[in-house]
Ligand binder design. Structure first.
Ligand code: FAD
Length: 593
């Protein structure tokens, strides 16, 4: 596409532009290139020594070697508000790691040189190993070393879940692929703990701070990761259709036969696997390898050639007599599996908020350094409106996700927090994941063409952005889960409404929106087809309540004015005149020391 000579309001197109059309070479009419290499004016006097060397101008400095935690005022506020201030030092360390130029380069490499399946060795024996670029292992070692997978379980106490989620948020903005095994391992812990013998076998390994890249038997390993084997070809939403069969070996083990259509991190040490036995669908713990070093009857058919999330290996797999132990009650596998899903869903909300924030920060950084029409982008009124709106969206996402992790932290002491966490996990998963692609696309556009090239992490973030809305329950299924929690645990709606009503009386537009929601709730809940609208409205109200309670007034005011009180289009850059967009746009810019 050709660029117009001028699109800025109040500026005249260049004289040449008017005379010679849009694609004329600027300055040609006034200067003349003669063969001594000097550029001359119309009178033939030299203007400057012509240089044929490539000149790089108006490019933005790399955002690297900074502390991504220190640069993020919202994350710091969230961590403080939700009892996780004790983790500050650790979060700064993680912030410096993910902000380091070296880590950013590793993330690029791990995605450019993605995993490869080595199904057989050179002699024709099946080995089913995955080969990675060393950058993948280095990233995994760093994230696991910082307990991104286990901090909440290793150091239980106030703010433990929030602190771990903050690590996930930071890492997801840097390299999202590694966050898949990290999140599955984190989420599996409470499920594994239900079985004393299995926990004795796996607990220390999955809580370990050591990443062990060995693809082999768990005995002798220094750390382990957990995978999840649920989705089959016939569908991942309706897991009641699971076809994989578990045959009882009558010795406490089962042999699993069947196939899984999406099977990420196939080199994991152990998998929580759904399979059908006599009692119905049960959950099984299936190690990746047998003690003798052989693969545990797990044959990887091929790796998925994915749209994004490319550093991470996802596969299609066959279980050919894989040996497993049942976890939980027979025939209650869906319940066991879904309790792991509950954790991954909430984790996705924190991860998506982290991706949003990183995209917004990159856009803010770009706009702060890039000039168009003789002015920095960040000083241009429309760009200010866009950046301010993006910053508000990312801020609202973070408060929503972390409020629910705080509820998980507090659920042992408070029934209402437990109920809030129950309804809040799908609510936050749906809404934050749903808003992420919109935020990332807009943040990419703030970069112009520079955002659309592979060397810019924006391109990777763009491909990653839709994924969190798809896996761990796609949008509609998540909204059905919101309905299910309202139906099965009516107290969850009361807990949520109490949270919403706690801030009423502070903003008349918020109060009106809350009243309207209260009026509509009955109908919204009754009609399955309205489940998205219901979820969206509940999520927006909760975000509004959290911003009113915790965020600077200007942020809460702009959020309520648009998302709750106005004619919101859902696009960015629509903030009304009364909003101080110039000041709010600065919240998109990383706070660098
Ligand atoms: C990169 C990637 C990695 C993955 N890794 C794993 C993994 O490691 N382990 C694993 O088990 N799974 C994994 N998955 C699978 C993932 O969890 C499923 O794709 C997801 O649960 C949706 O299932 P499906 O793809 O079969 O879609 P379907 O179940 O066919 O659903 C298709 C669409 O229909 C909608 N839908 C379904 N039911 C209803 C309904 N009742 N009403 C209205 N709409 C409905 C869904 O929301 C969705 O939009 C992975 C997926 C991806 C993309």
């Amino acid at each position: 596409m050709g660029r117009a000579d001028s699109g800025a309001r109040g500026e005249e197109p260049g004289e040449l532009g008017r005379q010679s059309g849009r694609f004329a070479i600027p300055g040609r009419r006034h200067s003349l290139l003669v063969n001594d290499g000097a550029v001359r004016g119309s009178e033939g006097k030299p203007m400057a020594q012509a240089s044929h060397a490539h000149q790089v101008t108006n490019q933005v400095p790399l955002l690297a070697d900074y502390d991504a935690y220190a640069a993020d005022p919202v994350l710091k506020a969230v961590v403080t508000a939700f009892d996780a201030g004790w983790a500050n030092e650790r979060l700064h360390e993680a912030g410096r790691t993910v902000g380091a130029a070296e880590t950013i380069e590793m993330a690029r490499l791990a995605n450019r040189r993605g995993p490869e399946l080595r199904s057989h060795d050179r002699f024709g024996n099946r080995i089913d190993q995955i080969e990675f670029h060393p950058a993948w292992h280095a990233l995994m070692a760093r994230a696991i070393g910082q307990e991104t997978h286990a901090l909440a379980w290793n150091r239980p106490g106030p703010g433990a879940q929030v602190a771990r989620a903050a690590l996930q948020y930071l890492w997801y903005g840097c390299e999202s692929g590694i966050c898949c095994p990290i999140s599955m391992t984190y989420s599996a812990v409470p499920v594994l703990k239900q079985d004393r013998a299995l926990w004795a076998q796996w607990g220390a390994l999955v809580s370990s701070k050591t990443y062990d890249k060995t693809q082999g038997p768990a005995a002798g390993k220094l750390g382990a990761t957990v995978g999840m084997a649920m989705t089959e070809t016939q569908g991942g939403s309706d897991l009641r259709q699971t076809q994989t069969i578990a045959y009882d070996n009558r010795d406490g083990t089962y042999s699993l036969h069947g196939s899984k259509w999406f099977f990420s991190v196939p080199h994991s040490d152990v998998f929580l696997t759904l399979a059908r036995n006599e009692e119905g669908i049960s959950c099984f713990v299936v190690p990746g390898w047998r003690p003798d070093g052989e693969r545990n009857g797990i044959a990887i058919q091929r790796l998925k050639d994915k749209c994004g999330n490319r550093s991470n290996a996802s596969s299609e797999v066959e279980f050919r007599g894989a040996i497993g132990h049942m976890l939980g009650d027979p025939g209650r596998g869906l319940r066991t599996g879904l309790s792991m899903n509950h954790n991954t869903r909430l984790d996705i909300a924190a991860a998506s908020a982290g991706l949003m924030r990183q995209a917004v920060m990159l856009a803010g950084h770009h706009a702060q350094h890039r000039t168009a029409f003789q002015r920095l982008l960040i000083d241009q009124p429309i760009m200010q409106n866009v950046l301010a709106d993006l910053a508000i969206e990312a801020e609202a996402a973070a408060w929503l996700a972390f409020r629910l992790f705080a509820a998980v932290d507090r659920q042992e002491q408070s029934e209402s927090e437990k109920l809030l966490a129950r309804i809040g996990a799908p609510l936050a998963k749906y809404w934050v994941a749903k808003r992420t692609p919109a935020v990332v696309v807009e943040a990419l556009e703030c970069h112009g063409g520079n955002g659309f090239i592979e060397e810019n992490p924006m391109a990777r973030h763009y491909r990653e952005a839709p994924l969190n809305s798809v896996w761990e329950g796609s949008g509609n299924v998540i909204c059905l889960d919101v309905l299910r929690s309202l139906e099965r645990e009516p107290g969850s709606l009361q807990a949520l409404r109490a949270e919403l009503h706690a801030v009423s009386g502070q903003d008349r537009r918020y109060d009106a929106a809350l009243q309207a929601l209260d009026n509509d709730l009955h109908d919204l809940i009754r009609h399955e087809g309205q489940a998205r609208l219901l979820t969206e409205r509940l999520a927006l109200m909760l975000q509004g309540a959290l911003l009113i309670r915790h965020a600077p007034h200007a942020v809460a005011d702009a959020f309520v004015a648009t998302r709750l009180g106005g004619h919101w289009s859902g696009h960015f850059g629509d903030l009304p005149l009364a909003v101080d967009v110039a000041t709010l746009a600065k919240r998109a810019v990383p706070e660098l020391a």
